[in-house]
Design a protein around this ligand. Structure first.
Ligand code: HH2
Length: 282
């Protein structure tokens, strides 16, 4: 089943038909699992956003709190103090700006600034998040599957059929947010690679991605540098660029329409070749 190809966001109606979009990761954090500490002050993060523009990024995804297994939770004020100057600058760069946060208070402030997309690894489960997004009326949204909190999530991998359970979760979440007033064309769905899942479960989700496409909304995927790619290749986190590009392209071939990546330039090149080959889809 082909999923709809327009993703409505605050300032942009994103066309996912021609090719998958590249969402570049900007972690303004000291402790993210792969780029922690590389651009954890506002000046470096803003420079980094500009360099991603030069590499052809389609969407900037800016985060102020790590979600790696075991990461500590920040107070909303602390998360916001990391994000605010970077978001303010990024909103002038002419591309959609996404904020990667689970907290209603941070979402509220980001929406007040005018961000285009809320990317929530907890699928708007914080109190007040769904009404906030419904009331805002136009921001795009990514609903991701995970279980529990980053601190203990890798103990929560007991599934019957992981693909069926993730699909059920995303289907229910989509229905709930739509019932509370969020238009479905604002929503993308994400299986949450690496979040409360074993290597085998992540791979099963990718192999059976078609079952997630049947939910009827575009899929956003975040394979970049994740430990499953380390398990497959035997490579350390800083040496997973080729694995990440391979994963992104394979996922695109299986129908993913937004690719969340650290390594923008090689992903953009790889997608150009993929498109030149006729955007093969299976
Ligand atoms: N993965 C991470 C963070 N946010 N959002 C979505 N929608 N999908 C993902 O797979 C996803 C995400 C984890 O990666 P990263 O941001 O690089 O690390 P950290 O959470 O340690 O900052």
């Amino acid at each position: 089943m082909t999923s709809p190809q327009i993703w409505k966001t605050t300032r942009f109606d994103l066309d996912l038909a021609e090719r998958p979009l590249v969402m570049g990761i900007v972690n303004v954090t000291p402790d993210s699992f792969s780029d922690g500490g590389r651009h954890d002050d506002a000046f470096r993060a803003i420079d980094y956003c500009e360099s991603l523009l030069g590499e052809g990024v389609d969407i900037l995804d800016i985060g102020g709190e790590s979600t790696r297994p075991g990461a500590p939770r920040l107070a909303p004020d602390e998360e916001w103090s990391r994000l605010e100057p970077v978001l303010r600058a990024a909103l002038n760069f002419g591309v959609p700006v996404s904020v990667d946060t689970c907290k209603t208070e941070v979402m509220r402030r980001a929406l007040d600034l005018g961000v285009d997309i809320i990317n929530d690894v907890q699928a708007l489960r914080d109190e007040g998040a769904v009404p906030l997004l419904a009331e805002h009326g136009s921001a795009g949204l990514c609903l991701m599957h995970m279980r529990g909190e980053p601190a203990g999530m890798q103990q929560l991998t007991d599934y019957g059929d992981v693909v069926a359970e993730v699909a059920d979760f995303l289907r229910d979440r989509l229905a709930q947010v739509v019932a509370q007033g969020i238009a479905a064309d604002r929503v993308t769905l994400d299986p949450g690679y690496g979040f409360a899942k074993t290597v085998e479960q992540n791979l099963a989700l990718q192999r059976r991605q078609r079952e997630l496409l049947a939910l009827g909304r575009p899929l956003l995927v975040g394979w970049s540098r994740k430990s499953t790619l380390g398990a497959v290749t035997g490579k350390a986190v800083d040496d997973r660029v080729a694995a990440s590009v391979g994963a992104a392209l394979a996922s695109a071939t299986l129908g993913a329409r937004v690719l969340r990546v650290h390594d923008v330039a090689p992903t953009v090149d790889a997608l150009k070749v993929w498109q030149a080959f006729g955007a093969p889809q299976v």
